[in-house]
Design a protein. Structure first.
Length: 61
């Protein structure tokens, strides 16, 4: 077991906050998916929240 300083933990736990519209355009998500994410989180959300709530389309042909 190891003690972690609270100041050091803050820098480790940093997460990026995205504008949902920017995230959707960068990851080529359609307007329907953007509307779903906006309804869930509002205008902004963390990377983790977005990645775990995106519905992925099948890549098979």
């Amino acid at each position: 077991m190891q003690h972690i300083d609270s100041i050091a933990a803050d820098s480790i736990a940093e997460t990026k906050v995205w504008c949902i519209a920017d995230f959707c355009s960068q990851h080529r998500l359609d307007r329907k998916e953007e509307a779903k994410l906006t309804a869930l989180f509002g205008t902004f959300a963390t990377t983790s929240e977005l990645v775990h709530n995106v519905t992925r389309r099948s890549r098979s042909r």
